[in-house]
Design a protein around this ligand. Sequence first.
Ligand code: KIV
Ligand code: NA
Length: 273
Amino acid sequence: VKRISIPQIRNRKGAEPLVCLTAYTTQMARRLDPHVDLLLVGDSLGMVVYGFDSTLPVTLDMMIAHGAAVMRGAEHACVIVDLPFGSYQESPEQAFRSAARIMAETGASGVKLEGGAEMAETVRFLTQRCIPVCGHVGLMPQAVNVAGGFKATGRSEEEARQVMRDAQAVAEAGAFAVVLEGTLEPVAAEITAALPVPTIGIGASAACDGQILVSEDVFGLFSDFTPRFVKRYADLGGQISQAAEAYAQDVRARRFPGREHCFLPKGASRTGS
Ligand code: KIV
Ligand code: NA
């Protein structure tokens, strides 16, 4: 199997929608890999896997560990890893050092970073030095403290212009795609029409060139809160609860383990008692 490349992702602009999901582990990556074009190792893992109430405590070492795990489970999808808060905002040089570690230690095809015009120089610095960058504008979870919460953007004329400016700035700086999060439909449509590279929407309408969601939201494995843009395709969390309850009942009633689960002496019967 040949892995989908960054140029192939970029060339999907205006063509078939890009199918993207997050993954943090080898097993999840293995399940999703045949069905998606791109797997994002998102810093959302801070909230989904580690139970933090924002993505800010996520470290570069965490992203590298999970990025490498996902790469061990994915052979077809293009794998991108988020640069976590504090690992890239200081300078293009700091961003390069962090991104180079991700590339070298995970084998992923590129990185994603949050930010608009103020990050354009950094996006250019990385892309000119062999590190593909995916942009991320609109609702930026790492900016939760300046934004005062996780809120959709593009409601006012001024906000709409700001998101457009940000998307154009990172695309012009060389981003191969731009994630558009929590952005009103008409704004997302206008940005998608204006950019030469694919927009990947999350809470940004079907007007985008692709879609991404957090897998745990899609499969019902994370319910601390569910944003309105999530569509739940399964209730695996509910199934886990039921399975745990059944296991507990079996152990308490000594129904588990059965003879079929036991190492028995030679000649002993598995069916007899
Ligand atoms: O961290 C993440 O999962 C993300 C996306 C959902 C785009 O950045
Ligand atoms: Na992220």
